[in-house]
Ligand binder design. Structure first.
Ligand SMILES: Cc1ncc(COP(=O)(O)O)c(C=O)c1O
Length: 433
């Protein structure tokens, strides 16, 4: 690791936490108690896997349950937050989060389901133009989704799925290499579908450049934003992205398995030539209860929605998105960059952790709130020890990566100090100091 000097003392961490910061909303979150170590609360670095619970979530969810108790079916129209329009409260905040105009977004289903629905519309293979491009290190669900789509349309997944790999000896993709691959296979690529932030390496892809290159060769371009939404600023509309989807249980703190978001660019919303899988929620709400056999699709991303919205799943999303609206992505990103740079500095300045490699790119534009660290020990064993002995919650990806994500809404500088202190002790214990 190269060295960027930071003050590595615990006092320095506490002093940083004492500085006022509007994006520090730690007191609005429930921090789990630590399993081990000297501190009562967990130092939580797994917000890239499952975000923490906002304090307000329980009361808001209870209020929605109370409405069900009080109104039964009449809650659709009579509840304080009528269920028939409930999803509308999510549209504005979700659009602001991803840089969309409101009618380009809808919150529904789960992430992989949404990727399938979007691929059904935007992957339209022909005999020649039939390939889908993904990263070789795409999250397995994405890989399974695109392989199954390709097979579903009668193509061979082993040849029709083009997997992007870093150069030999490198861990992350270079934009120029991605663009060159798109041009090299220009005539055979139907769709490009990549992770906006790679789940394994934490690399932020150059979404505007890759979207432009994909569209230039005549492909449709979609992004899996599971690790990007609520993590980095996004401008999906201006970047001309065709489609995108994201989950809300990571940086969006909406609870395990929570609902996902969908973006469809405005230019596709009124295009009748786009095939779509539909249900009764795709149709114009003004005509929904005419019970017609043929749908009259909405002129919004809601045309891709199928079912009536699950209110008790939407409630935590609504609560969480309010926090993002209050803080704003630019203040959040500023704090995120400070925290991540500090964590990187600590890792680089500590003799024990210097023996590990930070795989995540260092340039601000190329990382979010996650550092992926290649460790010289078994990562599963290390993360277990970090939790059991120190109350530090990280996660591991075999064969050799530990991921630390200082989620800026609730992770503190002192948490970062604790994580590196704990890693140093554990690596020293393993004889690696
Ligand atoms: C990048 C990415 N894509 C897809 C998924 C799958 O999400 P879901 O299980 O909500 O469909 C995940 C889950 O963590 C993910 O990180």
């Amino acid at each position: 690791m190269a060295g960027v000097t930071v003050d590595t003392s615990e006092d320095a961490a506490l002093a940083l936490d004492a500085e006022p910061d509007p994006a520090n909303r730690r007191s609005d979150f429930l921090i789990p108690p630590a399993i081990g170590g000297d501190f009562p609360l967990t130092a939580y670095f797994a917000g890239n896997s499952l975000g923490l619970q906002p304090r307000a979530t329980r009361a808001e969810l209870m209020a929605d349950l109370d409405a069900w108790e009080e109104y039964g079916v009449l809650g659709h129209t009579e509840a304080d937050r009528p269920w028939v329009n409930y999803h509308e409260d999510l549209r504005g905040p979700a659009a602001r989060l991803v840089g969309a105009v409101p009618r380009e977004v809808v919150v529904m289903n789960t992430l992989t389901v949404n990727l399938h629905l979007l691929l059904a519309s935007f992957y339209r293979p022909t005999t020649i133009r039939h390939r889908i491009v993904i990263e070789d290190s795409a999250f397995p669900s994405d890989s399974y989704a695109v392989r199954s789509h390709v097979a579903f349309r009668g193509h061979d997944p082993d040849t029709a799925v083009l997997r992007l790999r870093p150069r030999p000896g490198e861990d992350t993709l270079r934009t120029e290499d991605v663009v060159a691959t798109l041009h090299d296979h220009a005539h055979s690529i139907a769709t490009v579908m990549l992770g906006g932030v790679n789940y394994l390496t934490g690399e932020v892809m150059d979404m505007p450049a890759i979207t432009a290159a994909g569209r230039q060769i005549g492909a449709t371009v979609g992004w899996d934003l599971a690790h990007a939404a609520g993590n980095i600023p996004l401008e999906l509309h201006d970047w001309n992205v065709d489609f995108a989807a994201w989950c809300s249980y990571k940086y969006l703190n909406s609870g395990p398995g929570s609902l996902a978001g969908v973006f469809v660019h405005e230019r596709h919303l009124d295009d009748p030539s786009i095939p779509r899988l539909e249900g009764w929620w795709s149709t114009d709400p003004a005509r929904r209860f005419e019970m017609l056999p043929i749908s009259d699709p909405q002129s919004s991303a809601d045309a891709w929605s199928l079912s009536n919205p699950p209110i008790f799943a939407m409630s935590p999303v609504r609560t969480s998105l309010q926090i993002f609206d209050e803080v704003g992505m630019s203040a959040l990103r500023e704090r995120s960059l400070r925290l991540t740079a500090y964590l990187r500095g600590l890792l680089e300045n500590c003799p024990a952790t210097q023996r590990s490699d930070i795989v995540t790119p260092a340039q601000d534009a190329r990382h979010g709130a996650q550092l992926s660290i290649r460790v010289p020990v078994d990562p599963v064993d290390l993360t277990e020890r970090l939790s059991a002995n120190w109350g530090v919650v990280a996660d591991d990806r075999r064969p050799n990566v530990v991921r630390l994500a200082p989620a800026p809404l609730y992770t503190s500088f002192h948490d970062c100090w604790r994580a590196v202190d704990a890693m140093s002790w554990e690596l020293a214990e393993a004889g690696l100091a």
